[in-house]
Design a protein around this ligand. Structure first.
Ligand SMILES: NC(=O)c1ccc[n+]([C@@H]2O[C@H](COP(=O)([O-])OP(=O)(O)OC[C@H]3O[C@@H](n4cnc5c(N)ncnc54)[C@H](O)[C@@H]3O)[C@@H](O)[C@H]2O)c1
Ligand SMILES: CC(C)[C@H](C(=O)O)[C@@H](O)C(=O)O
Ligand SMILES: [Mg+2]
Length: 372
């Protein structure tokens, strides 16, 4: 059935295609049980694209991504690609997608579902009900700054270097997203950098402070150094509402936040571009925070929940299907409540299940939600 909901599916490598396949079962369910169809297209990215085309992202796939309403992304990378030249490594495919689609705002929510509070690395009372949003700037900073390279030095040793760059407009646009998010939540933004050692951090703090004065009505802003933030996340995570930070600190802090929720396999994300003033649309890519997990790939034990929750974010942010997104999230909560666990979130007294059995049960919960 044709539809105007264009979604490009890029499974990638390792467990990427395994978890994406499970989401496609939910997409099927929606077509059958809710009469909601998607115009799906599949493509290659990462190592899978390199194996076939000699590049981790072809221009054609990039064009398809730009043309879609949303990209559903799995994960890229794998040890078999470790020796490839830097510019064709699988991860470059993802980075090029982010940059060329200008997906500057990466929303990484860390929520602890009731049934999961005992699976966290922290004690139950520190995490139960936790709901924080890490907003990571995704198209700037040390990931893309020039110059970068490895040079030979006269003494026969080498010098490896990267450059962290942020401009005022780059900081302002992510700051605006942070304030907008906070207004719909608890109204608090913590801006995280290392202004004590980095000039880009000094600018980041100055721009955030000025932006807050000019446009921060209804929002309380505070500032924190990134090292302290890492510590505070595992000491008392409920002190945070929205954390806004740069590309590299956001990468690290969100993996850290994952363990508050029980596993990297639980954390979704949405990578969003600016809203086009004429069409009202924006480029978007939905990706779990985890990677291709080479240690468990092919074993059928990956946790599909991060990918499922990423699809729920797609339903909410790209397809205006909040009701379906709520339903999917509710079904996930019900499955967890029923005691099913993939290996990464296994707890005493729970039933250990495979990736596909987790989805079987999720589809049954969805059935129950529509019939009851
Ligand atoms: N967005 C992405 O595509 C992305 C993100 C992170 C890492 N990577 C790449 O993935 C490869 C492996 O990286 P890594 O090992 O540092 O990180 P990783 O996230 O792939 O795995 C870290 C650990 O978490 C576990 N894990 C991750 N996702 C899981 C899931 N859904 N269910 C159960 N367990 C899960 C893994 O088994 C592993 O023990 C590298 O090539 C890296 O560059 C890609
Ligand atoms: C695979 C890699 C390029 C990526 C990043 O560093 O941004 C990943 O770690 C992530 O968190 O999305
Ligand atoms: Mg990461």
């Amino acid at each position: 059935m044709a539809s105007n909901r264009k979604m490009l599916v890029l499974g990638g490598d390792g467990i990427g295609p395994e978890v994406v396949k499970e989401v496609l079962r939910v997409v099927d369910w929606m077509a059958k049980k809710r009469s909601v169809s998607f115009d799906l297209q599949e493509g290659l990215v990462g190592g899978a694209a390199y194996d076939k085309h000699g590049t981790p992202l072809t221009d054609e796939t990039l064009a398809d991504a730009v043309d879609s309403d949303a990209v559903l992304f799995g994960a890229v990378g794998g040890t078999q690609y470790d020796d490839l030249p830097f510019e064709v490594k699988p991860e470059r495919g993802l980075l090029r997608l982010r940059k060329e689609m200008d997906l500057f705002a990466n929303l990484r929510p860390a929520m602890v579902f009731d049934a999961m509070a005992d699976a966290s690395s922290l004690k139950r009372d520190l995490v139960s009900g936790l709901d924080i949003m890490i907003l990571r700037e995704l198209t700037g900073g040390v990931y893309f700054g020039q110059p970068r390279g490895i040079d030979d030095l006269p003494d026969g040793t080498k010098k490896g270097y990267d450059t962290q760059v942020y401009t005022t407009p780059e900081i302002e646009r992510i700051g605006r997203v942070a304030f907008d998010l906070a207004r719909k939540r608890d109204g608090r933004v913590t801006s995280v950098e290392k202004a004590n050692v980095m000039m880009s951090g000094v600018l980041w703090r100055e721009v955030m402070t000025n932006l807050h004065k000019a446009e921060g009505e209804g929002v309380v802003l505070d500032h924190m150094y990134a090292d302290n933030c890492a510590m505070q996340l595992v000491r008392n995570p409920k002190q945070f509402d929205v954390i806004v930070t740069d590309n590299l600190f956001g990468d690290i802090l969100s993996d850290c936040a994952a363990m508050l929720t029980g596993s990297l396999g639980m954390l979704p994300s949405a990578s969003l571009g600016a809203v086009d003033e004429v069409t009202g649309k924006r480029h978007a890519l939905y990706e779990p925070v985890h990677g291709s997990a080479p240690d468990i790939a092919g074993k059928g034990i990956a946790n599909p929940i991060a990918e499922m929750l990423s699809f729920a974010m797609a339903l909410r942010y790209s397809f205006d299907m909040g009701e379906e997104a709520d339903m999917l999230e509710q079904a996930i909560q019900n499955v967890l409540k029923s005691g099913l666990r993939t290996a990464d979130i296994m707890q005493d007294g729970m039933a250990r299940v495979s990736t596909t059995v987790m989805t079987d049960s999720l589809l049954k919960e969805l059935d129950k939600l529509v019939s009851g």
